[in-house]
Ligand binder design. Structure first.
Ligand code: GLA
Length: 408
C-alpha cells in the first residue's frame, strides 16, 4: 500500500467505526449477570407516590428482610415528575411529592445500602402523561447520572412514528455517554421482538403487556387488557433461548401480595424463578403479611432464579392441566416445578425414569435410569426422597410443587 492508499484505508476504518458506534449500543456489560431483584412502585401505587411514603417503603425494605434476601434495587415508576421541564429543558421532580428534590431521595436510598432506579419513556410523554424523553435522551441521562440513578426503566407510550430499536439504542448510548453504570430496562411490551435486537442495548426487556394480580384470567381495562400470570407464562417458552447473564426476558413485575390467593402467589413466584425472571416486587412492603414475606424471601426459590448459568426454564411435560417445568442449574443440579392449572386437585404420580430430560438449548440431558437425584421441596423446606421412586403428591388448583434436584 502506498501512503495515499493507507490514508484512505485509515479514513474508511475510522468512518466505519463511527458508523458502527452509532448503529449499535455499547451497554455496560458487567451489570445484571443474574436477573435484577428489587421493588417498583407501579403495581400498588401507580402515580400516587411521594417522599414520605417511599421513605417508609425503603425503611421496610431493609427491616422486613427483603434486602437480606437479595433484593437491592428501589425503582420509582411513572408519576415522579412535574408536568413541565424547567427553562433549561431539565426534568424536575414534582416539588409537592419530592420537596427535597430527587437527588436527596436517591441519597436516602443509597444510605440504606440500596440502589436507586427511575422511570421514563421513549415517547413524547410517559404513559401517565408526564414529559417523555424523546429528543432529550442525552440530557436526561446526564441528569439521572448526576442524581445517582442506577437503573432506568424506559417505556413505550406516545411513540408514533418512532423506530423502537433506534429509540432504545439512542437511550442506551446516552446512558453510556453519561458515564454512570445503570441497568437499562426496556419496556415496549414485546411489540418489536426486543429479544432479537436488545442484547447489546439493555439488561432486560419486557416480553408482554402489563400484568395484573390475576392468576388465570385476563382483565379488560377498556382500551387494553391486563394479563394474568398464566397468559404471560405461556408466552415465554418460545423466546427462552434469548435470555442469559446480562440480558433477560422480563415477564413483568411481581404481583405477590397484591390480592391473589396464597397458593397463586406461591405459584406465580415459583414460575418467575423458573423463568430466570427479574424479581421486582410490587406490593406495599409496609403492610406485607407473613405469608407474602415467606414467599418473597424464600432463599431456595430465589437461588433457583439467581442461578449462575442464567438458563431460562422451559415447559417439559404437559398432561391434563398438569405441567412440568425444568430449569437446568449450575453443578448439574436441576429445578423442577409441577404446576396444576386445571380446575381440580390432581393426584400426581410421576415416574422420573419414564421421562428423559433433553434440552438442545442448554445442552442438558438427564436420564433418571442412570443417575439418582435427591429431591428438596423448596416450599415445605424438606428433603422428600429421590428420583429412584415415583413422585406422588396431591397438588391443589393453581398450585405448584417446586423441587431442587441434586445428584446423589
Ligand atoms: C406501562 C408499563 C407499566 C408502567 C406504566 C406507567 O403500562 O408497562 O409497567 O410502567 O406504563 O405508566
Amino acid at each position: 500500500m502506498n501512503i495515499r492508499t493507507i490514508k484512505k484505508f485509515l479514513l474508511a476504518s475510522f468512518i466505519g467505526a463511527l458508523a458502527s458506534t452509532a448503529a449499535s449500543a455499547q451497554k455496560f456489560e458487567e451489570l445484571a449477570q443474574t436477573p435484577p431483584m428489587g421493588w417498583n412502585s407501579w403495581n400498588t401505587f401507580q402515580t400516587n407516590i411521594d417522599e414520605p411514603l417511599l421513605k417508609g417503603m425503603v425503611d421496610t425494605y431493609v427491616s422486613s428482610g427483603m434486602k437480606d434476601a437479595g433484593y437491592n434495587y428501589f425503582v420509582l415508576d411513572d408519576g415522579w415528575m412535574s408536568m413541565d421541564r424547567d427553562k433549561d429543558g431539565n426534568l424536575v421532580a414534582d416539588p409537592k411529592k419530592f420537596p427535597n428534590g430527587m437527588k436527596a431521595f436517591a441519597d436516602y436510598v443509597h444510605s440504606k445500602g440500596l440502589k436507586f432506579g427511575i422511570y421514563n419513556c421513549a415517547g413524547t410523554k410517559t404513559c401517565a402523561g408526564y414529559p417523555g424523553t424523546r429528543g432529550y435522551e442525552y440530557q436526561d441521562a446526564r441528569l439521572y447520572a448526576s442524581w445517582g440513578v442506577d437503573y432506568l426503566k424506559f417505556d413505550w407510550c406516545n411513540t408514533d412514528g418512532i423506530n423502537a430499536k433506534e429509540a432504545y439504542t439512542t437511550m442506551s448510548n446516552a446512558i453510556k455517554a453519561a458515564g454512570r453504570p445503570m441497568i437499562f430496562s426496556l419496556c415496549e411490551w414485546g411489540q418489536h421482538q426486543p429479544w432479537l435486537w436488545a442484547k447489546d442495548v439493555g439488561q432486560l426487556w419486557r416480553s408482554t403487556g402489563d400484568i395484573w394480580a390475576g392468576f388465570d384470567k385476563n382483565l379488560s381495562k377498556g382500551s387494553w387488557t391486563a394479563l394474568s400470570v398464566l397468559t404471560i407464562l405461556d408466552k415465554q417458552d418460545s423466546i427462552r433461548q434469548y435470555a442469559g447473564p446480562g440480558h433477560w426476558n422480563d415477564p413483568d413485575m411481581l404481583e405477590v401480595g397484591n390480592g391473589m390467593k396464597y397458593n397463586e402467589d406461591k405459584a406465580h413466584f415459583s414460575l418467575w424463578c423458573m423463568l430466570a425472571a427479574p424479581l421486582m416486587a410490587g406490593n406495599d412492603l409496609r403492610k406485607m403479611s407473613d405469608q407474602t414475606k415467606t414467599i418473597l424471601t424464600n432463599k431456595d426459590a430465589i437461588a433457583i432464579d439467581q442461578d449462575a448459568l442464567g438458563i431460562e426454564g422451559f415447559k417439559y411435560y404437559a398432561f391434563d392441566g398438569l405441567e412440568l417445568f425444568v430449569k437446568p442449574l449450575a453443578n448439574n443440579e436441576l429445578a423442577v416445578c409441577f404446576l396444576n392449572r386445571s380446575s381440580r386437585p390432581q393426584n400426581v404420580s410421576y415416574d422420573w425414569k419414564e421421562h428423559l430430560i433433553s434440552d438442545a438449548i442448554s445442552k442438558t440431558n438427564v436420564d433418571f435410569n442412570k443417575a439418582n437425584y435427591k429431591l428438596h421441596d423448596v416450599w415445605s423446606k424438606k428433603d422428600i426422597g429421590t428420583t429412584d421412586k415415583t413422585f406422588k403428591q396431591t397438588i391443589g388448583v393453581n398450585d405448584v410443587v417446586l423441587l431442587r434436584l441434586t445428584k446423589q
